[in-house]
Structure formats: C-alpha cells, structure tokens
Design a protein around this ligand. Structure first.
Ligand code: HSE
Length: 447
C-alpha cells in the first residue's frame, strides 16, 4: 500500500477553502495555496481546492494573484456556506463576526488573523466552534509569522505560564528603534515610517497601543486559561514618548519599547489574578527583547517548569502572515482528514483581572527642581511618604540663562513599587513647592 493510499481516507475528495479578503495577506495566501498545492496535498493527505475569494469589488486588477478570476465574488454570505475551511483575512468586527459565525454554523472550520474580533468576542466564536464541532485557529492574529499561540495552546499546556513579555507591534518598534538610533522626535519618526510603508496613513491603532492591546488579550487568555478582552487591557501608546525619554533610557544603557505584559500576580488585597497591560517601558540593553530591531516582533515567555523562552520573527507583511495562516489551514485540514478537532477554548481558571494600580514595576522619574538646600530631602520624603523605595538618584545642574536661577534635573529610579503607590508619589511631587516640573515618568521592565 502506498503512503498516499494509507493516509487519505477521503480518497481524492478535495477540502474546499473559501478566502475572505484579498489584500496584502489574502493575496499571499491565495498564491501560496496555488503554488504549494502539491506539497499541501501531501502534508494534509487530501487536495485543497480554493472555491472562492470574497472581495469588495470584483472588477479590480488582481493579475498578481494566480487564480481563476471567476473565483472572485462579492457574495461572502454565500461563499462561507460552500467551504470546509473559511480563511478570514479582512479584519474588523463586522461583517467578519457574522460571516465566521455563519461559516461555523454551516459546518466549516475557521482560520482567521482577526485579533480585534477575537479580543472583543472570542468566547462567542469558540462557543460557535464547539456547537458545530469545528476548529477555530488564529495563529496569524498575534505576531504574524511567529508561532506563539500554538505553543501556548499546546506545547505549554502542561506547564504554568507565569509571565509573557512581548513586542507585538512592528510599527511602534520601528518608530522607537529609529528614535533610539537617530535621536529624532516622535512626529518626525512616524512621518518617516509612513514614507517607508511601515506605518499606516492613520497610525492610531498602532501608535496608541490598540493593536498591541488586542494581541495582549489573546496572549493572556491562552497563557492563564482565563477570558481577557481587549477592553480589560490597560493601554498607553507611544505618542508621548519624547527624544528626551529615549536619551534618558540611553543614559542608563536601556532602550524604550512598547511592551505587552501579561503576568500572574497578587493584588494588594491578596487576590491572585492576572495583570495585562500595554505601555512604553525602558528595558536594559542586555535584555533579549532589547535586541529586537526595526519592525520585528518577539515574545518572551516565563513558565514554571520550562523557564524562559523567546520567540522572534516578522510580525506583519503578506508572506510572513500567510505562513501562519497556511500553518493553521494545514492543521485544520489534517483534522478534517483524520477526524477530530484541535483544542477549544480553555478558560477554566477564570482568574480575576487585576486593576493596573496593583501592577508592580520599577520607575524612571525625571524632575526639574530648584537647586537649594533641603530640596533633595523634600523630594526623598515624597517617596518615603508613599512607601516607594529609591534605587538610584542622578543630578545634573542647570542654570536658567535669563533669570540666572539655579535649577537641577533629578533622575530617580525606584525599586519595584505598585502603580498606585507610584501615582501617589507623582501627585505629591507635582504638588511640591520645590518641584518645578515632573518632566517624565516611565516604567522600567524586565529586570
Ligand atoms: N500593524 C501591526 C504592526 C501588524 O505594526 O505590527 C498587524 O498586526
């Protein structure tokens, strides 16, 4: 008996694939499906047939996509009922949600790259997959080509993940990396990133951290077996990061990164829960994440038994994202051939999501103060009063050229403190008569 006879219980019955969307990712998926058809057939044990591609306009020139033009349709509602696997690379909440629910009700498994939809309404999609007995796979939704969700769902399913620290947005990593190497400001660097095609014309979703927050919610849900929505994630973007912040980080041999941080932790009232947040933070240049340059992504995972793991690669782009989509497609198609399903939702731990005030980290605080006796003592007292311990203090003397008034810039790095205690410290400093300005406050992570 030949290998193919042995592994193909469906005979030559093709697995029908419907593709929703034919933009940058969709066209790569379509091309790879066609060009790799023989290899995919051998890996799956059955041929894959592309039965349609739903687009907004059929008349557009798509000569770069090597498929029969008759496959393009605007009738996505009908297409999802004619497939065994529906691949969705359109994005957004609606109409994607309705189409995927209809696909699953019609018996199709779903492969999607839609982080926004999963972070808003993942449990509804998982419930639909369970009800229909089909698969819901979404590796491409977080960090593009990097295999990170399957390791979370499967490889680490026997371990306890305690922390996930990720650079999961390429646009912001590109901008922060360029600010670090050129010393330029935020606006100028975003304009450069737009000109090079790294940032969208409207970069809000990336620079304000919405994209990273959705990805953090998906990572935390899998890591901690708990439902975490995008709206549960504390979020601060990078639009307030200045060239001075980057220079301050450099001065202590750190870099600034937009980090997605998911942690098992204990709140101030003793509640054990999860903390999920996205914000810019300084990390030491010696930390593995500091070496993630340009628009690359990386996810650093800590688990009780495995210890530290690092996943690195391209987080966006047509072919890299299509690689993750096709990997899911092969996995799902193999289940169709062999029978059975992949893992469904795992939310049994149902841990509380802690307030950001409970999160614990170190802080870098830059203050402009008067330069006279007793100022340092008063500043130190504000930290003492709120229970925040100081790790280092650096002072630079500055003289106001017009008034001749002596000013000092104080840079204080704290030991680990709660966000709530630090906020109280900053309020006290801002109100203090010896502090002219709280110039910046930035978290320091990854010690
Ligand atoms: N816009 C995202 C990024 C890629 O800049 O990483 C898609 O999630």
């Amino acid at each position: 008996m030949s290998m193919s006879e042995h592994t193909n219980p469906l005979g030559d019955k093709p697995i029908r694939v419907a593709l929703l969307g034919c933009g940058v990712v969709g066209s790569s998926v379509a091309r790879m499906l066609v060009e790799s058809a023989d290899d995919l057939r051998a890996r799956i044990g059955a041929p894959v047939e592309l039965v349609g591609i739903a687009v907004r306009r059929v008349g557009k020139d798509r000569s770069d996509v090597p498929v029969d033009p008759a496959l393009f349709t605007t009738d996505a509602e009908d297409l999802v009922t004619r497939a065994d696997i529906v691949v969705e690379v359109v994005g957004g909440i609606d109409p994607a949600r309705g189409l995927l629910l209809k696909a699953m009700e019609s018996g199709a498994s779903v492969v999607t790259a839609n982080k926004a939809l999963l972070a808003e309404d993942g449990p509804t999609l998982y419930a639909a997959a369970d009800a229909a007995g089909v698969d819901l796979y979404y590796e491409a939704a977080v960090a593009g080509a990097i295999p990170i969700l399957r390791p979370m769902r499967e490889s680490l399913a026997g371990d306890d993940v305690t922390k996930v620290l990720g650079i999961v947005n390429g646009t912001t990593n590109f901008v922060l990396d360029k600010m670090d190497t050129t010393g330029a400001g935020f606006e100028e660097t975003v304009a450069q990133a737009q000109a090079l095609g790294y940032a969208e014309a409207d970069p809000t979703a990336d620079v304000e951290g919405f994209d990273a927050a959705a990805k953090a919610a998906l990572l935390a849900s899998l890591a901690f077996h708990t439902r975490v929505k995008g709206a549960d994630v504390f979020r601060e973007g990078i639009s307030d990061v200045t060239a001075a912040d980057i220079a301050a980080a450099k001065a202590m041999d750190h870099v600034v990164k937009l980090l997605a941080i998911c942690e098992r932790t204990t709140g101030q009232n003793g509640t054990s829960g999860v903390s999920v947040r996205v914000h810019p933070a300084m990390i030491a240049r010696t930390h593995p994440l500091a070496s993630v340059r340009d628009a690359y992504n990386a996810v650093f995972v800590e688990a009780s038994a495995a210890g530290q793991l690092m996943f690195y690669g391209r987080g966006a782009g047509g072919d890299p994202t299509a690689s993750a989509v096709l990997g899911d497609l092969v996995a799902v198609a193999r289940h169709i051939v062999a029978g059975g399903r992949g893992p469904g939702e795992s939310a049994y731990a149902d841990l509380p999501i802690l307030d950001v005030g409970d999160s614990v980290t170190r802080y870098h605080i830059s203050l402009d103060v008067e330069d006279r006796p007793g100022v340092l003592a008063q500043v130190a007292q504000a930290f003492a009063d709120t229970g925040v311990s100081i790790e280092t203090v650096r002072q630079h003397i500055r003289t106001n050229s017009s008034s001749g008034e002596a000013r000092a810039n104080l840079v204080i790095v704290t030991h680990a403190a709660t966000e709530a205690a630090l906020a109280a410290t900053v309020d006290a400093l801002a109100a203090s008569e010896v502090v002219a300005e709280v110039v910046s406050v930035m978290r320091v992570e990854g010690a």
